[in-house]
Design a binder for this molecule. Structure first.
Ligand SMILES: [Zn+2]
Length: 499
């Protein structure tokens, strides 16, 4: 099919350019100012609309198997597609068993089965209680299946414990040897654990209930900076293989990118909640805003935007981690579940408040939501750009429309979001994954040419089409402004190098 006259976000261009885009099967096969239709080729006029490469969300917790009362791949991937995300990378720590061995990974892949409507890759984990086995063989055995390894300097999970600086350095050397990245949740235990104790004592001494200030002060900016410094120092010459996840402190992001004296820098990501909110917002938003690390002072957000624009922060991720009402609102900031159902708002928020608001140039926007993650995680052969030869992972946006975020429309199992009620520029009309329409947000009868993108491409590794469950048959894939139209199972697993 041909998508005609769309304003296309092409690599290296300063502005959107009006182009025709040809999709054949799963790939983009031509982009030109004018394409002549082949015999029986369908066409869609996208005049006035914008076309972007599908977003990559390389940090989600879809919790399957083990914690599927919070999220699963069906709901998580539908939320992703609804928000313009065409590839997700799932974390190893919030499923049971955690992905620390090949046997556990295979259990996870079997559970995910054919539930995802977007493409997905996995991270493996290096847990403190499994470190020696990881170094002795599990990291190497997992390498063909995963695009990186994740560890924590402070962890609230009994099933996935923290590593110390020394263990991190050893794991970084192993990851580098295997040609993969080592990801770190960078809050330092040497600060967070005593600070948490001190904040409990503070509220007790003052004879009051715990407050959101207690929670934020228990995980200060210094804990992020110290963790990044400790990670880079421990990794030494292998620091280029280190990636720091969800940075909320600008100084930590700068250090992660530039490195310590005499050692290379690594890379880092931030998330929309660190760009959009600050600690003052807990007064209104309460536990819907709780994450770890927490959002910090108001001055951090503008600094993080600048670091995203100049490339010091490589890309944005959602850290999608929803939880039901009973876990989100327990009555205490200490026990409320930390996490946001963010994959559905990631692309749209950065499009509106970054690109459209002028904080990000077109190329910085494309790097932040798609290109840099594809490159860093070995997927750029087919993902991360609107270009000939790439997978036809596309997002069609109506730039003149507005969209108000509603948690109940996200399609995630989690509906509690700090972005509730936020008005964003643009409306996501369609999301295509490898040439197939997955999210259909059109008004009835509009853009009729897009019908051709329904069911044109199937995942050859998935079961025969007759065995596919539809999104509607398992879960409700309908939001007030559109619906999921691809079968669950359209998404396929990706590994390093897109093999
Ligand atoms: Zn996370």
């Amino acid at each position: 099919m041909i998508i005609r006259n769309a304003h296309c976000a092409l690599p290296g261009e300063e502005h959107l350019l009006k182009r025709d885009v040809r999709i054949e099967g799963e790939r983009i096969t031509a982009i030109s100012t004018h394409l002549e239709p082949k015999a029986s080729e369908s066409e869609m006029d996208a005049n006035g609309l914008e076309l972007f490469p599908g977003a990559i969300d390389p940090h989600v917790h879809f919790d399957e198997p083990g914690f599927t009362h919070r999220e699963d791949f069906a709901h998580g991937s539908m939320a992703a597609a609804r928000g313009g995300v065409t590839t997700v990378i799932d974390m190893p720590c919030t499923s049971l068993p955690p992905v620390t061995t090949v046997a556990n990974l295979k259990e996870k892949l079997a559970a995910i089965g054919q539930h995802s409507v977007v493409d997905y890759a996995l991270f493996a984990g290096v847990s403190g209680n499994h470190l020696e086995q990881a170094l002795a063989g599990d990291m190497a055995a997992l390498a063909p299946y995963v695009v990186g390894y994740k560890c924590y300097f402070v962890s609230g999970m009994d099933t996935f414990t923290a590593v110390d600086h020394y263990g991190f350095g050893r794991a970084a050397a192993k990851a580098a040897e295997l040609g993969r990245l080592l990801l770190l949740h960078a809050e330092d235990a040497g600060i967070v654990l005593p600070a948490t104790k001190a904040m409990h004592e503070r509220s007790n001494l003052e004879g009051r209930e715990a407050s959101w200030d207690d929670y934020v002060d228990s995980r200060p900016e210094s804990s992020e900076l110290a963790a990044v410094a400790g990670a880079l120092a421990s990794a030494g010459k292998q620091a280029a293989s280190v990636h720091i996840v969800h940075v909320g402190t600008a100084s930590a992001a700068v250090l992660a990118a530039t490195g310590l004296p005499g050692t290379p820098g690594g890379s880092c990501e931030t998330c929309p909640h660190y760009l959009a909110f600050s600690r003052e917002d807990f007064a209104d938003k309460g536990s819907s805003l709780k994450t770890a690390p927490p959002v910090k002072g108001r001055e951090q957000a503008e600094q993080l935007w600048r670091l995203l624009e100049d490339g010091s922060i490589a890309f944005v991720t959602s850290d999608h981690a929803p939880a039901p009402e009973a876990e989100k609102n327990t009555g205490s900031p200490w026990t409320d579940y930390g996490g946001i159902p963010g994959t559905g708002t990631l692309f749209h928020y950065v499009y509106s408040q970054g690109y459209k608001a002028g904080r990000l140039s077109l190329q910085s926007f494309l790097r932040a939501v798609s290109g840099a993650a594809a490159a860093r995680y070995g997927l750029s052969e087919r993902k991360g750009a609107l270009a000939v030869g790439m997978d036809a992972d596309l997002v069609l946006v109506d730039p003149k429309a507005k969209h108000v975020v509603k948690g109940k429309d996200l399609l995630s199992k989690g509906t509690i979001t700090p972005f509730e009620g936020m008005s964003l520029d643009g409306k996501i009309l369609a999301t295509l994954v490898r040439g197939r329409l997955v999210w259909d947000g059109r008004k009835k009868g509009s853009l009729p040419g897009l019908e051709a993108a329904k069911g044109t491409a199937t995942n050859p590794e998935a079961a025969t089409p007759g065995e596919h469950a539809t999104a509607d048959s398992i879960v409700d894939g309908i939001a007030s402004d559109g619906r999921i139209v691809a079968p669950l199972g359209h998404g396929k697993q990706l590994t390093w190098g897109y093999r």
